[in-house]
Design a protein. Structure first.
Length: 534
């Protein structure tokens, strides 16, 4: 194969990986890494090329005034230094197979450092669903009788981040806002910019050489996914190939070093979103529906136990792809609702006629879709499902996990304590106030932690859904909002800190508990290692 003039004479080894040079595919050995430096922006001007034969080894170069750099290694970051001997902190880092333009800097040395990935897989509770909403708004400008509604404008002015200078594609990344089903657009995977996995980048992990680095992250989770949508098959979900196939491509084709896979799955296999709609109809006045009895149908002990075989097969497929040193972190589900005694808004029999003063304030004022029996029912489901997921993660029988596979379990049941949707421990943002101001006048971002961490049910989607905008609002309902995502991310970073400790790094199974508290910020949750009985 002909190579571009910029390349050095290639070293031929048995193991090679592809890389791009000037639009043409070449191959560099796994132990040889190429860096190009330009004196101009956008790969123009004078060119200097550096070959570093080994990663984690410093290479001094003749001082070069660089404005852009290309890292042709698929596996390693290129750390650039203004000092010889790679002393001090790198002035900039060029990620694998990328070009970086930066301010004029005299580069004197370079060191390639192995990149490590944390990958999130699963459903809406890890994809970042709901992340565009900074709390929930109090729509005080629109009333029917004495009942306060939340019009769309209240949400927009106070909590919707697309009204704060961001486009929807800057919030829901990778074109995940919508997908095309035939000729119809539908809500997509909703992978947000504040999804849990980004919390991993607030800590460090050790690579193969023992160097502590901020990990790279990859979110392949998808809102609405069930176990079958992750499994290795030819089926697609929301226009994307199976998540196991995406993981295999990341590891086997792109040769990424994956140290942690974080997995949230199981809720959609029980059709809990559908159950929530059924229970909401009960709140809206359908006396034929008992939420508690419906919950027993959707999420009986037998139906939860039936998840074991397909989940075990999924774990096996994921494990086969990963290196033996990688760890799979399974997680439970945080409870989005408070217990019935801690709910804002008393249930009244609704009357949906215009001008009526008897529209249920629990739904239309506070965004809660459940009667008291519904809160009890969902709390019970959450407890039983989380207990079973932890039991499978622990695998006392030794039959669920492939031999030697390290794993951990994140206990999230109490993560949203005091911050659940319509909890009487929280406050809503008042209509018309800037989004950073709480009803009391205190700063939302300044440390008071009074906001809800779960997206409420906007009355625009209830009881019918008529268009794509409402479908997206519906899909975002009862999911961690911006603050809830930050709490999940803090939980993950704290768990990784614990797992990276030498005393825990080689344990086959570890459990970590994450607990929130009323009036506390997402960054103030408590993260602790669970002490296992001997």
């Amino acid at each position: 194969m002909k190579r571009a003039l910029a390349l050095l004479v290639p070293i031929t080894l048995s193991t090679t990986v592809p890389y791009m040079v000037n639009g043409a595919v070449g191959h560099a050995s796994l132990t040889s890494h190429y860096l190009r430096l330009w004196s101009g922006q956008g790969e123009t001007g004078a060119l200097k090329q550096v070959t570093v034969p080994e990663h984690e080894k410093c290479e001094d170069i003749t001082s070069f005034q660089s404005l852009s750099a290309r890292n042709d290694s698929p596996l390693f970051r290129a750390n650039l230094y203004t000092t010889a001997g790679c002393a001090g902190a790198p002035v900039t880092t060029v990620n694998p197979e990328t070009v970086l333009n930066f301010s004029s800097t005299t580069v004197k040395s370079v060191k390639f450092v192995e990149e490590v990935h944390v990958v999130s897989m699963g459903d809406s509770y890890i994809s970042g669903e709901g992340g565009r909403w900074m709390g929930n708004a109090w729509g005080a400008s629109n009333q029917i009788g004495s009942t306060i509604f939340r019009p769309k404008a209240a949400d927009n002015r106070v909590t919707d981040r697309t009204w704060m200078g961001l486009s929807i594609d800057q919030i829901y990344l990778d074109n995940s806002w919508t997908y095309t089903d035939g000729s119809t657009k539908r809500p997509g995977c909703h992978r947000s910019d504040v999804a849990e996995v980004f919390g991993a980048q607030t800590t460090t992990v050790k690579n193969t050489a023992g160097t502590s680095i901020i990990p790279a992250v990859k979110n392949i989770a998808c809102s609405g996914a069930a176990i079958k949508d992750l499994r290795d098959s030819s089926a697609t979900f929301k226009g994307e190939i199976a998540q196991v196939k995406q993981l295999r491509k990341l590891v086997n084709t792109e040769h990424k070093k994956v140290k942690y896979v974080v997995l949230s799955i199981g809720g959609n296999d029980l059709n809990l979103s559908e159950l929530l709609e059924v229970c909401a109809r009960s709140l809206a006045g359908d006396s034929s529906i008992s939420c508690r009895s419906k919950a027993a149908e959707y999420a009986s002990d037998q139906k939860i136990a039936a998840l074991e075989i397909p989940l075990k097969s999924l774990i096996s497929e994921i494990s086969t792809i990963l290196p033996s040193s990688a760890r799979i972190i399974m997680q439970g589900y945080p409870s989005p609702f408070p217990r019935a005694g801690l709910v804002d808004g008393q249930y009244v029999v609704p009357d949906l006629r215009a001008g009526s003063e008897h529209i249920d304030p629990r739904l239309y004022k506070y965004g809660c879709p459940l009667k008291n029996e519904g809160f009890y029912a969902f709390d019970d489901i959450n407890t039983r499902l989380n207990r079973k997921l932890n039991e499978w993660a622990k695998d006392a029988s030794g039959t669920f996990w492939p031999p030697g596979r390290k794993r951990a379990f994140l206990r999230l049941g109490s993560l949203f304590n005091g911050h659940e949707v319509c909890s009487n421990k929280t406050n809503l943002s008042k209509n018309g106030l800037p989004h950073i101001i709480a009803p009391t006048g205190r700063d939302f971002l300044g440390g008071w932690g009074e906001h809800e961490w779960v997206r409420y049910v906007n009355n625009a989607v209830f009881p019918s859904v008529a268009d794509l905008e409402k479908e997206n609002l519906k899909q975002e309902s009862v999911h961690p909002n911006f603050y809830g995502q930050l709490a999940l991310g803090r939980c993950l970073s704290g768990a990784i800190d614990i797992l990276e400790q030498s005393a825990n790094s080689d344990l086959l199974y570890s459990a970590v508990d994450c607990e929130g508290e009323a009036r506390k910020k997402p960054g103030q949750i408590t993260v602790t290692k669970v002490t296992l009985p001997r």
